[in-house]
Design a protein around this ligand. Structure first.
Ligand code: 13P
Ligand code: SF4
Length: 334
C-alpha cells in the first residue's frame, strides 16, 4: 500500500480522507503504536470516538480537557481523533506543529449552524453585546468572539462577565437556555443545535425510567429542556463520568452520545449504564454522532502514516481566534 502525492491530493479534495486499502494482515494497533514513536506523535481523542481509538489515545477527554491538553503538547505531530473544530483549536494553540485528523469531514452540526458572516450581522445589530461562543464553532467564528466556553466551564465563563453586560451566546440554543436558567441571565441565543442531543425521545426516556426506577438520569446540557428537566445531574462528558464514579447509585440512564459509555463503564465496571433512547430506531437504539464516528482505527492509521489530512488555519484568523480561547483557558484555570 502506497500512495503518490498527486493521488493523495485528489482523494483529499474529493473524499476528505485517504482511501487506501490496508491488508488484513496488518495489525493496526501495533502499527499505530510504532508510528506514534517514529513520528513523536500524540493522539488526543474525545469520549465520543469508537472504543479502539479511545484505547490507543494518549489522552481522552472532554472539549475543555482536550483544549487544555493541546495547549501543553510537546510532541511534533498532533493526531486529533475528534471533530474538525477540536483539531482546529489544537492548531490555533500550536501554530508551529502539524495537526492531522483521520477524516476531514468530521464536522459538527453546531459549527455548521453558525456562519461567521451571519454572526457578524447579529453583532452589528447589537453593538453593546459581547459574544460568548461555545467551542463547537469554526475558527472564523471564534475570531469574531470575545470569549469561548465549553460545557464544563460555561457557567464559570458567564459568571465572570458583569451581570449588566448584555451577551450574545452562540451557537447552541439548548445550552444557552440552560445557562440563562442557571445564571439568571437573559442572553440573546443563536438558533443552533446538536443533532445528537436533540435526537433523544422524552417518551422513550420516561418509559426506560419506569422500567428502571432506581436509575438516575444524567444528561449533557446540549439536550433539550424536557430531557434536562428529568436529570439529577447535568454536565459535560467528563462531568458525567465523574458523577457516575462518585455517586452511590448503581444504575444510570445516560443522555449523551453513546461513545461515552466505553470510558464510563471502565470507571464503574459493576454499575448498570443504560443509553438514553433516541426518537428514531437506529442500530444501537441510542444516539451516535455521525461526525465523530467518521473516524475509524483504519483511517487513524492511514492519516498517521501519510500525515494527512492536515488541519490548517490562516494566520490572520488564528491570531484573532486565539484571544477568546486563551481568555477561556485563563478563567478555567482560576
Ligand atoms: P464535551 O465533551 O465538552 O462535554 O462536549 C460534548 C460534545 O458534544 C463535543 O462535541
Ligand atoms: Fe457536534 Fe453534537 Fe457531534 Fe458534538 S455530538 S460533535 S455537538 S454534532
Amino acid at each position: 500500500m502506497s500512495l503518490d502525492i498527486q493521488t493523495a491530493r485528489e482523494q483529499l479534495s474529493n473524499k476528505g480522507f485517504l482511501d487506501v486499502e490496508v491488508p488484513k494482515t496488518i495489525d493496526l494497533i501495533s502499527e499505530i503504536k510504532k508510528l506514534k514513536k517514529e513520528k513523536n506523535a500524540v493522539i488526543l481523542a474525545h469520549y465520543y470516538q469508537e472504543p479502539a481509538i479511545q484505547d490507543i489515545a494518549d489522552y481522552v477527554g472532554d472539549s475543555l480537557g482536550l483544549s487544555q491538553e493541546a495547549a501543553k503538547v510537546e510532541a511534533d505531530l498532533i493526531v486529533f481523533a475528534g471533530v474538525h473544530f477540536m483539531a482546529e483549536t489544537a492548531k490555533i494553540l500550536n501554530p508551529s506543529k502539524k495537526v492531522i485528523i483521520p477524516d476531514f469531514n468530521a464536522g459538527c452540526s453546531l459549527a455548521e449552524d453558525c456562519e461567521a458572516a451571519d454572526l457578524q450581522k447579529l453583532k452589528d445589530k447589537h453593538p453593546n453585546h459581547i459574544v460568548v461562543t461555545y467551542v463547537n464553532t469554526t475558527a472564523a467564528v471564534k475570531a469574531i468572539s470575545d470569549i469561548t466556553c465549553t460545557s464544563s466551564n460555561a457557567k464559570k465563563i458567564i459568571d465572570s462577565i458583569p451581570i449588566d453586560q448584555p451577551i450574545i451566546f452562540a451557537p447552541d440554543k439548548n445550552l444557552g437556555a440552560y445557562l440563562n436558567q442557571i445564571t439568571g441571565r437573559n442572553m440573546l441565543l443563536w438558533e443552533g443545535s446538536c443533532i445528537v442531543h436533540e435526537a433523544f425521545s422524552i417518551d422513550k426516556l420516561l418509559l426506560t425510567h419506569q422500567k428502571n426506577p432506581k436509575a438516575k438520569i444524567i444528561a449533557h446540557p446540549e439536550s433539550e429542556e424536557h430531557i434536562l428537566k428529568t436529570a439529577v445531574y447535568i454536565g459535560s462528558t467528563s462531568g458525567m463520568i465523574n458523577y457516575v464514579k462518585n455517586s452511590p447509585a448503581d444504575e444510570f440512564i445516560v443522555a449523551t452520545e453513546a461513545g461515552i459509555l466505553h470510558e464510563m463503564q471502565k470507571e464503574v465496571p459493576h454499575k448498570k449504564l443504560i443509553p438514553a433512547p433516541a426518537k428514531e430506531n437506529n442500530t444501537c437504539a441510542c444516539s451516535e454522532c455521525p461526525y465523530m464516528k467518521m473516524n475509524t482505527l483504519q483511517k487513524l492509521y492511514i492519516c498517521m502514516k501519510y500525515e494527512l489530512p492536515e488541519v490548517n488555519v490562516s494566520e490572520d484568523i488564528r491570531v484573532k481566534a486565539l484571544i477568546p480561547i486563551q481568555r477561556m483557558l485563563e478563567i478555567s484555570a482560576k
